[in-house]
Design a protein around this ligand. Structure first.
Ligand SMILES: [Zn+2]
Length: 178
């Protein structure tokens, strides 16, 4: 029977998006970090401008998980002006979101990610990123997809000035708690 409480839904979908600037040097409000995507460091002559470790993909994953629960986004839970998050491993944000997912009685069904980056190419790191995400989300690697796309040399991403990630996640209610 349908419930008036949306948290009793058997499935919930979440979407996450993130973007960070890529810069070769100089100064900014935020530190310049090595390029890390999905917990995998990629060699690049540019760095990511960010308060935390700047893992664009893990930030989008975190927002997708929180979005599925209709909870406040990563920026509100982990403000980027909080010294506690300076250089912080973004896996911490995913773990915090997963704690909320489990507390609400859900598990991850599957995850589909698109990373848009002009260079370097993501292909060589794809399976390591999938394995990292599977570990963080408590699912089989077959439930995690990661696609890399270039920016076709158009716009900030295509000109190598930014990296962008889009994520869709499906949460499934755990039988034991339904
Ligand atoms: Zn971010």
């Amino acid at each position: 029977m349908p419930s008036a409480n949306p948290m009793i839904s058997h499935i919930r979908v979440g979407h996450g998006y993130d973007l960070h600037r890529l810069e070769a040097g100089g100064t900014g409000e935020q530190a310049l970090r090595p390029l890390i995507l999905g917990g995998v460091r990629l060699e690049h002559d540019k760095g990511v401008r960010a308060h935390s470790d700047g893992d664009t993909l893990l930030h989008a994953v975190t927002d997708a998980l929180l979005g599925a629960l209709a909870e406040p986004d990563i920026g509100r839970l982990f403000p980027d002006n909080d010294p506690a998050h300076d250089g912080r491993d973004s896996a911490d944000f995913v773990n915090a979101a997963m704690n909320r997912v489990r507390a609400a009685g859900y598990a991850v069904g599957n995850l589909d990610c698109t990373v848009i980056l002009q260079r370097p190419r993501l292909a060589g790191a794809r399976d390591r990123i999938r394995a990292n995400l599977a570990g963080l989300l408590g699912v089989d690697i077959g439930s995690v997809n990661v696609k890399g796309k270039s920016g076709e040399h158009v716009g900030p991403v295509g000109e190598g000035r930014a990296v962008e990630a889009h994520v869709v996640v499906l949460l499934v209610r755990c039988e034991a708690q339904s």
